[in-house]
Design a protein around this ligand. Sequence first.
Ligand SMILES: Cc1ncc(COP(=O)(O)O)c(C=O)c1O
Length: 458
Amino acid sequence: MLTHRHPTGPPGEEQTEDSDEMAGDSAGLFRLVGDVRAGRRSTRRGIGPALANQELARVLRDQDTLLRPAPRNSVFTWDSPHSEVRFLPRERLLSDAERAAALRAFTGVLRTGEFTSGSGVSAFEEALTDFLGVPHAVATSSGTDALIIVLRALGVGPGDEVVMPANSFAATENAVLACGAEPVLADVDSHYTLAPAAVEARITARTKAVLPVHLHGKLADMGGLRAVCERHGLLLVEDACQAMGGTGVAQHADAAVLSFNPYKNFGVCGKAGAVVTRSPELAHRCRVVSYHGFAPGSKNVKAELFGFNSGMDNTQAEIALGLLPFLSLNNFRRMFLAARYLDALAPLAESGTLGLPELTPDHVWHLFPVQVELAAGGRDLLRERLWARHGVETDIYYPVLTHQQKPYAHRGRVPVSALPRTEHLHSRVLHLPLHNALSIAEQDRVIEAFYECVRHAE
Ligand SMILES: Cc1ncc(COP(=O)(O)O)c(C=O)c1O
């Protein structure tokens, strides 16, 4: 971890000595972002050897790169190339360097013909365990499939209840339903993630597991949730699909699930995901369930009656290996941009117009949410004006809460009304553009537009 022994001196001249290497996970990036914002050089010992850290390590070898102003700072782009600031422009999901790496990987696969199975899968699993510090990874065909696989491998099935939040992507609930179990919704805390006390209040004799979601890239209160699970003898599985690179993922739970779809912090050129776990037995069972019930390594010999065809394709695994070196640098960019938003929008938080998230070491900023504290309807008008007058696109993730979806009523369940915090946060939330390629100038345009629209609304 980095230590800061000499925090004095003019900005840009301050130096700190690092006692050892930092890691490219969110806690390491949190320190780095703090140093860069304070104009401190704190990176002299570099970054750990995991593949996911490679591009950040390269940048940090030139110690001053991060401290340089535009246009010599190559870590961010500084221009505003388009007339609009789109929320997540698909044509910019990959940088030039990432595109080249993906192409190299794909070309390699074309030569071997190893499209579905091949050595890339286990190599990627190993790289993942290295980076996350979790001993076992099973690469899958999506985050959704990984959720279904791990729940089934843990024996979740008909008659069981799984406690989860109501503000997640549909995949979380669908995975529980796919196992024949019952999703039970519990309220969240102010960080949008499952509140341990609310979970405890929803436990019944049928509760089998708790399934928190690290929404927006912020880890749920895993210590608190683990304590609840231990008290009641429950399984704990993290939906970490939005939290790749978050410090602590899979450290407190039976398993964590990741998504590598192209819109995530780390995405491949298609669908992919993984289960990561500290348990060798669970990893083994996930492998069996993910491929037709076959015993790993024994072709066409079943160890279980049933399994899916849901392993990661070798093509995507090779691309993932090509793109993994960029992960920490991309997560650094996201955290730095989040910190810039927080600084710039702080006056609106002080005046009570906005609620802002917190910069914490367990956050990878998949999304940047704000709470708009305007009169009823004000959030939606603000959103419309941002787009119509300024060409700034925002979004709401996700527009309909799980228990307010139409088919929920058809399932014969009584809609849950015990989710006051979830509903309160949901009625005010707005997500601002934040992605790997967002330029500083684009972000400044978002901030300026935001102030104009808020002034107009007040
Ligand atoms: C919270 C959450 N859970 C599950 C998923 C499903 O992941 P995938 O799209 O890889 O199936 C996603 C991503 O879409 C997600 O954001």
